[in-house]
Design a protein. Structure first.
Length: 134
């Protein structure tokens, strides 16, 4: 007489649970890595937005002079910009009644990502024409 045993043995159930546990651990790790990357991408995108916004504000100013300033954006983002003379053309030319000045504008945006300080920088040139009124 054969016994009609149906079902799974304890070893088969334990092996299945171990495989399922390993698979779930891998899936959860992949999901959390994706969330970390999404957060890093969001932080980086926000820093780019803030930096470009500040750079455009500086470039839209009518008068620019050499200076360095620092400040804060919303949240944990800080900024610094440096305006330095790049070159001066036609300063001594008596035929022209204007002076063309070129300034180098550097904008730096800083933020904390975990325990590391991250930064991004932007750089452009701006020409300024000054007329000499006698």
């Amino acid at each position: 007489m054969k016994s009609a045993e149906k079902g799974f043995t304890l070893i088969e159930i334990m092996a299945t649970m171990a495989i399922l546990g390993i698979a779930l651990t891998i899936i959860i790790e992949l999901f959390s890595s994706g969330l970390r990357l999404a957060q890093k991408s969001q932080d980086y995108s926000r820093a780019i937005f803030y930096g470009r916004q500040l750079l455009e504000e500086i470039c839209l100013q009518k008068e620019i002079s050499e200076k360095v300033e620092e400040g804060e954006f919303e949240g944990e983002y800080t900024w610094k910009y440096e305006i330095t003379p790049f070159s001066t053309l036609m300063e001594e030319d008596e035929k022209n009644d204007f002076t063309l000045k070129i300034f180098k504008i550097k904008v730096f945006v800083f933020w904390l990502q975990g325990d590391k300080k991250k930064s991004i920088d932007f750089e452009t040139l701006k020409t300024v024409i000054t007329t000499e009124e006698s």
